[in-house]
Design a protein around this ligand. Structure first.
Ligand SMILES: NC(=O)c1ccc[n+]([C@@H]2O[C@H](COP(=O)([O-])OP(=O)(O)OC[C@H]3O[C@@H](n4cnc5c(N)ncnc54)[C@H](O)[C@@H]3O)[C@@H](O)[C@H]2O)c1
Length: 285
């Protein structure tokens, strides 16, 4: 066991930037020893250096099941326990479903869905013997409703959400009450994932609602540690509205031209704000 073994341990995937880095930073400030992981090892190193505290970096590809298990074991070894695992790594490749390459569909399923399965199972391997822990999976509002232009992304997020909640149900049915599993479904978040998609005509769904900064999502993730819930949608009202869309696909098709027009307007308006320097807001605003 390592010298840090009196601390609680956490691991965040895809934490080289965006939401993952913000979550890792909040966990470190809260006193966790955090393993900052990303497929981009250099980005993970930079993030861990910025975060400081008892954080350290490691290159981790979430599609590699064995590597996820080894990373879980290494956090438990270094910190003394694995208490929190955040499955955050994700990719978004917008496009028209039947025009996209099979490799794009598969990549989104591999990272967003299978990567979340791998991370969840790796974490539970440490948490179940300890009888405690919290797995938090960053899904998306696209996990609740089909998204035109982001079809396989939404499909992969539906799979990740079903896996998250289904795993929680299995834990409870086995009488395991002290391990939490939570899904976080945010609206658009200003991160490298969408910063380069202001001109992408298929990515309008990412701009169709409210735009958050990564730390706003990280704050809600941190809140789950105090008040665990199976699922949160950010903002809550969009979760309700999109579930209604999902339940009434014929109505959704009729309303689509309206929704599309509004989303494109929001995308263009955000682009104008970025160009004029009024977006993103200054840190701390
Ligand atoms: N940005 C948004 O609008 C938004 C909205 C809802 C949900 N999300 C979800 O939030 C999560 C974080 O996204 P973000 O917005 O911070 O995007 P991001 O692109 O800034 O971060 C994603 C990170 O995942 C890493 N990654 C990609 N493939 C990986 C792999 N195979 N293994 C490990 N790491 C890998 C990337 O290197 C990157 O650092 C994703 O799951 C995303 O789907 C994002």
């Amino acid at each position: 066991m390592h010298i840090l073994n009196t601390m609680q341990g956490a691991l965040v995937t895809g934490a080289g930037g965006g939401i993952g880095r913000a979550v890792a930073a909040r966990l470190a400030r809260r006193g966790f020893a955090v393993q900052v992981t990303d497929i981009d090892g250099d980005a993970a190193e930079r993030a861990a250096a910025e975060i400081g505290g008892e954080s350290w970096a490691c290159s981790l590809d979430v599609t590699d099941e064995q590597a996820c298990r080894a990373a879980a074991a290494s956090t438990a070894e270094r910190a003394g326990s694995l208490d929190v695992w955040v499955n955050n790594a994700g990719i978004l490749l917008p496009g028209v479903a039947y025009e996209q390459a099979q490799s794009a569909h598969r990549a989104m399923l591999d990272v967003n869905a299978v990567g979340t399965f791998n991370g969840t199972l790796a974490a539970l391997e440490s948490m179940r013997p300890a009888g405690r822990g919290h797995v938090i999976n960053i899904i998306s509002l696209a996990g609740l409703v089909a998204a035109p232009g982001e079809v396989s992304y939404a499909a992969s997020k539906h799979a990740a959400l079903a896996f998250t909640l289904g795993t929680l149900f299995d834990l409870r049915r086995s009488g395991e009450k002290r391990i939490q599993v939570s899904a976080v479904c945010p609206d658009g978040v200003w991160s490298p994932m969408i910063e380069d998609k202001l001109d992408d005509p298929d990515a309008f769904g990412s701009f169709s609602g409210q735009m958050f900064m990564p730390d706003q999502i990280a704050e809600r993730v941190e809140g789950l540690l105090d008040h665990p819930r199976p699922i949160i949608t950010i903002p809550r009202w969009r979760g309700v509205a999109l579930r209604l869309f999902d339940a009434l696909p014929s109505l959704a098709i009729r309303l689509m031209p309206l929704v599309l027009r509004d989303a494109r307007k929001r995308q263009a308006s955000l682009k104008a704000q970025v160009e004029s320097g009024s977006w993103p807001p200054p840190p701390g605003a």
